[in-house]
Design a protein around this ligand. Sequence first.
Ligand code: FAD
Length: 532
Amino acid sequence: MATTAVAAYQPKPSKGFDDVIIIGGGLAGLFCALKLAPRAVTVLAAAPIGRGASSAWAQAGIAAAVGPGDTVDKHVTDTIIAGDGIVDGDIIRMMATEASARIHDLLEFGVPFDRDLAGKLSVSREAAHSESRIVRVKGDMAGRAIMEALVAAVRKTPSIRVLEGYVAEELITEDGRVTGVVARDQAGSGEDLHRLTASHVVMATGGVGHLFEVTTNPTEARGGGIGMAARAGARLADMEFVQFHPTAINVGKDPAPLATEALRGHGATLHNSAGERFMLGLHKDAELAPRDVVARGIFAEVKAGRGAFLDCRTAVHDFADEFPTVFGYCRDAGIDPAREMIPVVPAAHYFMGGIWTDADGRSSLPGFWACGECTSTGAHGANRLASNSLLEAVVFSARIAIRLGTEMTGVAPANWQDGSVSSASHLAENDHPNMVALRKTMSANLGVLRDGDGMREALRTILELARNSHSTRFDNVITTAKLIAVSALNRLESRGGHFRTDFPEESPDWKRRTLLTLEQANAIVPDLLETD
Ligand SMILES: Cc1cc2nc3c(=O)[nH]c(=O)nc-3n(C[C@H](O)[C@H](O)[C@H](O)COP(=O)(O)OP(=O)(O)OC[C@H]3O[C@@H](n4cnc5c(N)ncnc54)[C@H](O)[C@@H]3O)c2cc1C
């Protein structure tokens, strides 16, 4: 493991007011910062805000029971069914209940959600939702519009200091309490390590897609925040559950652009290179089967060398108008979806696991909070219901802000942004070759289809990469990968996003969430690697 040379710790200078560091500038981080105003907040973001975040790429929108005939009860029921037996009922009820208030907050921040002629919010339908409940912007532009509005609001808020291009590498702890963070500038390649302290730290670093070779997530989504939290001793939950989107566009791009599920909702069909509509033989709902079933169907065709193709030629009449984002991706790849089928492949898309939090976003470590995709709150169980993740990001970040508001003293003075960063020189290591090796083994052995032998091979590779790491940033990443491998090997069944060919059925013994710390995971590694 790498060690980090930073300036000797100085007791936190009394600033005369409490302040918060938020790590991550996606929807969860920015919404939390805005809800905390006028309290002093520093947002660290690996990329300029509005970029390098899954939030800006969301296509469908946010789930909220605000349409005619819809109810919180129906939203709760649909989520519990999708989550395959291990959704926390209290958490999802709270989240569905607070959805409408958070949509109104977003409207106040200037998000231009679509409305009907009467001025009411328009809602659309997505797979596994029993009602139309996706609040959207111009068809498939929700993420971009939401982030543009929030970035503009953040830039106008003087209590929020934004440090862009700062990659957090390590949490600072003092007597078990998280008191700050060590970060590197220039998108993680700078020569200096910066040390920032605060009364509270909120992790909002997003998902883990880039641990896998094929993913829809931005490069920054490599699980570093989760690994950092684990290394500081935080409790993690449900680390085995990764959701693979069935239809990423397979044109060799990294990240892979997404062909939204709504295309299949519109009647687009899936075929292999022999022209067979293979989903017909796999599920009664064919292309509209649950996301994980379609992902496995496509994966099998790709693995067999036949490939999989989405045929939208008769289902979509005016592609450029109805699905402008997907149309743009196809055009960039030289595909005309009105005349040609779109090659597709499953891609790591969403992480149900992460830093365990309670209903207020509080982690197991004092002073440390978390929200958004880097958390596991219990809202998604083993499989996320589409469009519940943006909702989770706003609900929990608002709850953190409300809770912190009662615990903090003082508001940001006018000149507060000038202080509290100290630096020491420490060169960054190039972890690119290690990332390539890691992503390869994660996709091959911890992807859509898993089995004991493959996962043990992945775990051995991960342990080897961890031993040879000379970079704190990679230590975080490899820690997250290890926790995924350990949790997946440990769960002797298939459920939701976790499918084992050697244990293909659900087991009542495993109808529970996985909760563990890094220490507990390390303790069971030798047993898991035993083959007999
Ligand atoms: C293509 C695509 C389409 C999607 N469509 C939908 C949808 O329609 N509806 C829905 O509900 N969900 C959708 N999702 C999922 C949803 O977008 C995410 O779950 C959600 O946006 C996560 O928000 P977040 O703020 O937690 O993370 P992000 O938006 O990913 O933000 C994470 C932030 O942390 C920063 N960061 C990461 N590591 C570090 C570090 N070490 N130091 C400092 N900063 C760091 C990143 O740069 C970024 O600013 C989609 C996801 C993708 C990829």
